[in-house]
Design a protein around this ligand. Structure first.
Ligand code: PRT
Ligand code: ZN
Length: 303
């Protein structure tokens, strides 16, 4: 296919991740687990891919959606909160969607929540009428208020949102919360969840058609292999035939029991379990007649 000005062809994939911050290390670790490695550049803004033609761009998380929209990067790892904020902001000014979450990732969990002064009694969203709400997520908050028919003033702040009520610049806040310690430290309490968020792998809305499409498909398959096997464990053990019904009943639901060639008297068995096994579960299996129990983690799988 011939290249168009808006979608230039490239023979290397470019992924944007956060340079510094909460998502930087887990994003890099996940991509490394997918078999990627890089030659570090000295300024560490661009890392050249060695094992595969997949390069990294290290940037601020706020820049990642725009880099995908502009075609500078093909993929990015960013909080869904940030991706959705920028997507809603684009829609509010009439721009078409340019990026989408492709996979939720197992890190960066947090919630966008309303935090009100501790001394307030929360009586529901109607009490937000006429209030000033400080946030770094004005597009999400504006859409959320509009859906509920609430007329409140959205005060956009780029940082230190939680101090706004004490400074008198807002009555309450909408901010990210994970442990809740920051809200408590600022005499605020969480009352309403606007959004649950995790890190996501984001990509363009328009599918690529050159060699990068194949690289993205391979990366997604490897990612799915990692996520699908994260909790999986392989249990290996010996048991007599008559102990099998009792042992099967003790295995996590959905476990697949496989017989391996044994010595004819004792069976050699393995069970693929979808969840981990506690010490207590292993001891119960032992009491039911299992011996030589061994639990192995599943590292990779291709379905
Ligand atoms: O420099 P750059 O712009 O790249 O980084 P940043 O400072 O904007 O981002 P960073 O590293 O703070 O967060 C990146 C992403 O991590 C966010 O967009 C979220 O998707 C995710 N994340 C997960 C969080 C939190 N948990 C979190 N707790 N981002 C921010 N926080 C803040 C929270 O707002 C509070 O102020 O951390 C503070 C501590 O939270 P508590 O509840 O544990 O006290
Ligand atoms: Zn940021």
């Amino acid at each position: 296919m011939s290249p168009t000005p808006s979608a230039p062809t490239r023979d290397r994939l470019r992924i944007a991740i956060q340079k510094k911050g909460r998502l930087a290390d887990p994003a890099r670790a996940l991509l490394t687990a997918c078999g990627l490695s890089w030659r570090e550049s000295r300024d560490k803004l661009f890392c050249f891919g060695e094992s595969l033609p997949v390069d990294l761009l290290l940037v601020r998380d706020d820049d990642i959606p725009g880099l995908i929209a502009d075609g500078v990067c093909d993929l990015g790892i960013v909080g869904f909160n940030e991706l959705d904020e920028q997507a809603k902001a684009r829609r509010q000014i009439g721009l078409a969607d340019a990026y989408q979450p492709l996979r939720a990732l197992p890190f960066g969990e947090c919630r966008l929540m309303l935090g009100i002064p501790e001394e307030w009694e929360w009586s529901g969203v109607q009490m937000l009428q006429g209030k000033r709400i400080a946030t770094s997520y004005p597009a999400i908050l504006t859409a959320w208020l509009a859906e509920r028919g609430i007329a409140a003033e959205v005060v956009e702040l780029s940082g230190s949102v939680e101090i706004a009520p004490r400074l008198g610049t807002a009555d309450l806040i909408a901010d990210l919360v994970s442990s809740g310690a920051t809200l408590r430290a600022n005499q605020l309490k969480p009352v309403e969840v606007l959004m649950d968020s995790t890190a996501v792998l984001a990509g363009p809305v328009e599918e690529l058609t050159d060699i990068r499409a194949g690289l993205i498909a391979m990366l997604l398959r490897r990612l799915d292999g990692i996520t699908a096997t994260r909790e999986q464990k392989l249990l290996m053990f010996d048991a007599a035939e008559q102990a099998l019904p009792a042992i099967s009943a003790l295995l996590p639901a959905g476990s697949e029991l496989i017989r391996l060639p044994g010595n004819g008297v004792t069976l050699r068995l393995q069970a693929m379990c979808q969840t981990g096994l506690s010490w207590q579960q292993l001891e119960e299996i032992e009491r039911a007649g299992g011996s030589n129990l061994m639990v192995l983690a599943v590292e990779k799988s291709l379905a």
